[in-house]
Design a binder for this molecule. Structure first.
Ligand code: GCU
Length: 602
């Protein structure tokens, strides 16, 4: 007969586990709402064996570190104590904050205590900009839920659980890599762990504006189309959309699902790199209002052209990893974003590929302001488990959270669903599923992916990935002159592109250690990298359908796959700028090339 205590324990675990619900629907634009930031010093417990989560039978414990327990008497046995434990900065990865954690992959528990002044008819959410990779979140010992994916925001409602005094928010962050995860086991970037972006409390009224989508209708330059979603409101409640500068005052009523469809005409100054016009937009109801700054632009393709506001454009780009060059570690602040985007502008870029995952929201907000177009990507990188439904669901969820966060950003022009993924039926099915989901959520932007190419013969490169059929813009990574022959090989290559669509060469480049000089045939020297760029740019200019490029990469970045002593030292050195901010010779080759394109009006 099952002992009562065992049954109770089982029921408790089952109830708690089943209650560990997914994050609540994502709230858009928390910058436009009333927030209390929980950034700063958090107490941590490093827990490689997950002792704070599992009991010695490796069963989830009901008495884990999330309880933040304190001995009630001198004889009480408590084997952890957040308040006398080490502290780390949030936002921030743990790897670059403490040398002993540089290579650490596992669990670290974070705890933040706070008081909160409760308010009538006010709901409260805990909002995380991101946590890499798997986050279990608790408030005052209660499980709020779990979030998977290291680069997208999530929030939990805590209205009922929060109290006036001594709240403790505990997050178990686990960055262990898994074969079925997204990304999977193998990447060429540092697996920075932790609460890597801002943590905020978000206050909203009982009935609040949860989400909205306001962009120009596909193909139009004067009709705004979208929707507003209310949370906790009743049928027929009115919402207002105001754009004072465009004399817009529009009202609509919500339907039974809390949505109010929005369509209205407006005379607008369209957003572009030359004129990054953002309009102050106010969305309100009788109980809530949200302010935003939104740009409106028209985006299309026509044959092999990408059209912005009806005009063909050339995307003078550069790839960027979300790493703070000078400080090291994950970039997370507005200053980090401004530094990276300013360097990209210095190159002559009007476009950046934010590789290989959604970067923090400071990047896309600043890109809106600075007039830089953005390729936004989810980390379906190399060889994920294409046949695994959970893996697909995870990727689809990361895509959904990324689109939810950035769908009102004029700068974001491309959603990328994959990088260098091997051609197979299962992969096509997986990626087509993502593409369809993105189109359903956002009919206004272009879909792409960074695909591979192959040789038809020693002098002919072919881009004919079957995935191209489902994309608006083709992306292709090539490393002629680095992994594929020497730089001069580019001189004799021609390119065949199967689909009549715009092409972006989404990666090319080679490693150079800043200050390492020698003959141009010597690898790892600046002269080699310079020579490689010179041959590449001549070759690429000859590709008829080329409408953009994003060389790999703006700055050197950390990678666990790059151990070569005194050259790499766990850095990928393909940056045009070193990890100390020094410009390499190739930086000026690309800068001159972009300046010549600008002169040509491209
Ligand atoms: C790949 C990949 C990058 C990687 C780069 C390199 O193409 O997409 O993530 O860093 O090549 O090898 O340097």
């Amino acid at each position: 007969m099952i002992k009562v205590s065992a049954l109770l324990t089982f029921l408790l675990i089952f109830v708690t586990a089943s209650q560990a619900q997914q994050p609540t629907p994502l709230i858009t634009n928390i910058d436009g709402r009333h927030t209390i930031d929980l950034n700063g010093r958090w107490q941590i417990i490093i827990d490689p064996y997950e002792t704070g989560y599992y009991d010695y039978r490796y069963q989830p414990s009901t008495d884990g570190y999330f309880k933040n327990a304190k001995p009630k008497s001198p004889s009480d046995l408590i084997e952890y104590d957040f308040d006398t434990s080490q502290q780390l900065n949030v936002p921030g990865d743990w790897n670059s904050q403490d040398q002993k954690l540089l290579f650490y992959e596992g669990t670290i528990w974070y705890k933040k205590s706070f008081d909160y002044q409760k308010k009538d008819r006010t709901r409260l959410f805990a909002y995380f900009g991101a946590a890499n990779y798997l986050a279990d979140v608790y408030l005052n010992g209660q499980k709020l839920g779990r979030h998977e994916g290291g680069f997208t925001p999530f929030n939990f409602e805590i209205t009922k659980l929060v109290r006036e005094k001594d709240n403790f928010l505990v997050v178990k962050v686990d960055n262990k890599r898994r074969r079925d995860a997204v990304p999977t086991l193998n990447t060429d970037w540092w697996n920075y762990g932790g609460l890597t972006r801002d943590v905020n409390l978000v206050e909203v009224p009982d009935a609040f504006i949860e989400d909205y989508f306001l962009q120009l209708k596909k193909g139009s330059t004067d009709e705004i189309s979208g929707w507003v979603k209310l949370n906790g409101a009743t049928l027929g409640k009115a919402i207002n959309v105001e754009i004072p500068e465009a004399n817009v005052k529009h009202s609509a009523a919500i339907d039974a699902n809390g949505y109010a469809p929005i369509t209205f005409k407006a005379r607008l100054d369209l957003w572009s790199p030359e004129n990054p016009k953002l309009y102050a937009v106010k969305i309100s109801t009788d109980s809530d209002s949200v302010a935003d700054r939104i740009g409106f632009r028209k985006l299309d393709t026509r044959g092999t052209d990408i059209l912005l506001n009806g005009k063909p454009i050339f995307l003078r780009g550069i790839c960027i990893h979300e790493e703070s060059p000078l400080r090291g570690g994950r970039a997370f602040s507005e200053d980090d974003a401004r530094m990276l985007l300013t360097w990209a502008k210095e190159l002559g870029s009007n476009f950046v590929r934010l590789a290989h995952y959604p970067h923090n929201e400071h990047m896309t907000r600043l890109a809106d302001e600075m007039g830089i177009m953005v390729w936004s990507e989810i980390p379906v990188y190399w060889t994920v488990l294409w046949d695994n439904p959970e893996t697909f669901e995870n990727a689809r969820n990361q895509l959904e959270e990324s689109i939810t966060r950035d769908k009102n950003k004029a700068s974001v022009i491309l959603w990328s669903v994959a990088n260098e993924t091997p051609v197979s039926e299962a992969r096509i099915k997986f990626l087509k599923g993502l593409i369809d989901h993105a189109r359903k959520m956002d009919p206004t932007r272009l879909l792409t992916a960074a695909n591979e190419r192959h040789y038809a013969d020693p002098n002919t490169q072919v881009i004919d990935d079957p995935l191209g059929e489902y994309l608006d813009v083709l992306g292709c990574n090539e490393y002629v002159g680095w992994y594929d022959g020497l730089p001069e090989k580019a001189d004799r290559l021609t390119w065949k592109v199967a689909q009549n669509k715009p092409l972006i060469i989404s990666e090319f480049g080679g490693d150079a250690l800043f200050g390492n000089h020698g003959d141009k045939g010597v690898r790892w020297t600046e002269e080699y990298q310079k020579n490689l760029y010179e041959h590449q740019l001549v070759m690429l200019k000859k590709i008829p359908s080329l409408r953009g490029m994003t060389p790999w990469i703006l700055t050197d970045f950390r990678s666990p796959r790059r151990p070569l002593p005194r050259i790499q030292d766990f850095y990928n050195r393909k940056g045009l700028i070193s990890s100390r901010g020094e410009r390499k010779q190739a930086f000026y080759v690309l800068q001159n090339f972009y300046r010549s394109l600008i002169k040509e009006g491209k």
